[in-house]
Design a protein around this ligand. Structure first.
Ligand code: HSE
Length: 300
C-alpha cells in the first residue's frame, strides 16, 4: 500500500491542521504468518527495525496486544519520505500499519479509530501522540482535528488549484521532541486571537476552494516564531519575506526543517525555484517537491 507524506500545522493550525501530499510517499507490505511477533524490513531511507522503536512497529505491537492477535506480522517498508524532515515520515509508517492490520484481521475500525491507533506511533518520534500528520495520512486531503479527547477529525478536499512546494533541506535529522520543547507554555491572548483568525481564514479557503484565503491564513504568531528564535529552521525571515513578495503562503512544514509553500498551480514552479534558492544561498543543498494535495493511505 501507499502511505503519503503529510504536512502539519500550515502555520496557524498547530497540532490541528494536516494536509496529505501526492509526493513523496512510503510503500508498505504487511503480511501474516504462523508464529508470534512483529518483524520489520526497511529499504530506502533508514529507520529503526526494532518494532518498539519504529512508529509502524509500535502501532502493530499495541494493536496486536489490544485485539489479542496471536500471529506473526511482517512489515516491509520502502521509505520514500525522509525521516526527521517535517513531512510526517513516522506518521506514514504508523498510518500504513494501522490501515493494513485493520484490513488483514477484519477489525472493522473507522477512519477515526485508525487515526487514534496510528497516533500512538508518534509517541516513538515526538514523545506525545499528536494526531495531525496521521489524520491527513489516513483521511487524505486537508484535515482538522476538532478535538483530541474524544478524537474528532474533519476531512475535506482542498481546492483544485492548490499548488504545493516542499523544500527539504539537507540538514541533520530534525527532532520533533526538541522542536516542541522550545514552545512557550503560556501565550498572550492577542496572539491566540491572531492565530484563531488566520486558522479560520485558512479553513474557509479550503472549504470553499479559494487558494487566496488559504495563503492568507498561513500566519502564526505563536509556534513558528518560537521555533525560528531557537534556530530550528534556517532562513525563516527570508522565507517570510518571499511569501509577501510572491503572494504565497509559506510555513514551516510540521516541526521542520522542511518549508512548505502554497500558491496557485500556475506559479508553483517559480515558487519552487525561489524557495530552493533561499536554502542554497545559505550553503544548504535541498530537494524540492512540486506537488499537490494527495489521497490517504491506500492499496496500490
Ligand atoms: N504539530 C506537530 C508539531 C507536527 O509541530 O510539533 C510534528 O510533525
Amino acid at each position: 500500500m501507499r502511505s503519503p507524506a503529510t504536512t502539519a500545522n500550515l502555520a496557524s493550525g498547530f497540532d490541528v491542521f494536516g494536509l496529505a501530499l501526492k509526493e513523496p510517499y512510503d510503500l508498505l507490505e504487511v503480511s501474516v504468518s504462523e508464529g508470534r511477533g512483529v518483524s520489520i524490513e526497511v529499504s530506502g531511507y533508514s529507520v529503526p527495525k526494532d518494532p518498539e522503536k519504529n512508529s509502524g512497529g509500535y502501532v502493530a505491537l499495541r494493536m496486536m496486544d489490544h485485539f489479542r492477535i496471536e500471529r506473526a506480522v511482517r512489515i516491509r517498508i520502502f521509505k520514500g519520505i525522509k525521516p526527521g524532515s517535517g513531512l510526517g515520515s513516522s506518521a506514514a509508517s504508523a498510518a500504513g500499519v494501522a490501515y493494513a492490520l485493520n484490513k488483514l484481521f477484519n477489525l472493522g475500525l473507522s477512519k477515526t479509530d485508525l487515526v487514534e491507533w496510528a497516533s500512538l506511533g508518534e509517541v516513538v518520534a515526538a514523545g506525545v501522540p499528536h494526531a495531525d500528520n496521521v489524520s491527513s495520512a489516513i483521511f487524505g486531503g486537508f484535515t482538522i482535528i476538532v478535538s483530541r479527547k474524544p478524537l474528532r477529525v474533519l476531512g475535506f478536499k482542498p481546492p483544485r488549484d492548490l499548488g504545493i512546494v516542499v523544500a527539504v533541506p539537507e540538514l541533520e535529522k530534525g527532532s520533533t521532541r526538541l522542536a516542541r520543547s522550545v514552545l512557550p507554555k503560556e501565550v498572550p491572548l492577542s496572539d491566540v486571537s491572531f492565530n484563531v483568525g488566520h486558522a479560520a481564514l485558512l479553513a474557509a479557503g479550503m472549504a470553499i476552494g479559494d487558494v487566496s484565503l488559504v495563503k492568507m491564513g498561513m500566519e502564526d504568531s505563536i509556534v513558528e516564531p518560537a521555533r525560528a528564535r531557537a534556530g530550528i529552521v534556517k532562513g525563516y525571515e527570508a522565507f517570510k519575506r518571499l511569501a509577501k513578495e510572491f503572494d504565497a503562503g509559506i510555513a514551516i512544514s510540521g516541526a521542520g526543517p522542511s518549508m512548505l509553500g502554497i500558491v496557485e498551480l500556475a506559479w508553483r514552479a517559480e515558487l519552487s525555484k525561489a524557495m530552493k534558492a533561499i536554502f542554497e544561498g545559505r550553503g544548504i543543498p535541498c530537494q524540492v517537491f512540486e506537488t499537490e494535495a494527495g489521497e490517504g493511505v491506500q492499496e496500490v
